[in-house]
Unconditional design. Structure first.
Length: 106
């Protein structure tokens, strides 16, 4: 797996609420959607600061890391790093297209 793609966002919710939304499978699926194939599984957890999930795809499992920290204001700074399977990374960029994409709504 590569270094991955990462993004950071500020959420208007306390870290504990963000942790719960990511760590409870039903809440996570309502927020992020479900994997295209199979189910996401916890690879590592450091409550309430970090959650690593394996995310099944037709090309193999991705590793998705969620880092949760207090935000600049009263909310949460969420950093997401998505590391794709090696065989996906080897494709030309034009060949790698998101199927559902990440949809995150606070």
């Amino acid at each position: 797996m590569s270094e991955g793609l990462s993004f950071e966002t500020e959420l208007d919710a306390p870290p504990e609420q963000v942790w719960r939304a990511l760590s409870v499978p039903e809440l996570r699926e309502a927020w992020l959607g479900a994997p295209e194939t199979g189910e996401a599984e916890v690879a590592a957890a450091d409550p309430p600061r970090r959650l690593d999930l394996t995310w099944p795809t037709p090309d193999g499992d991705s590793l998705i890391s969620f880092e949760i920290a207090p935000g600049e204001a009263a909310g949460t700074r969420l950093t997401v790093v998505h590391r794709a399977p090696v065989r996906v990374e080897a494709r030309a960029p034009a060949q790698v297209t998101p199927v559902g994409g990440w949809r995150m709504a606070a």
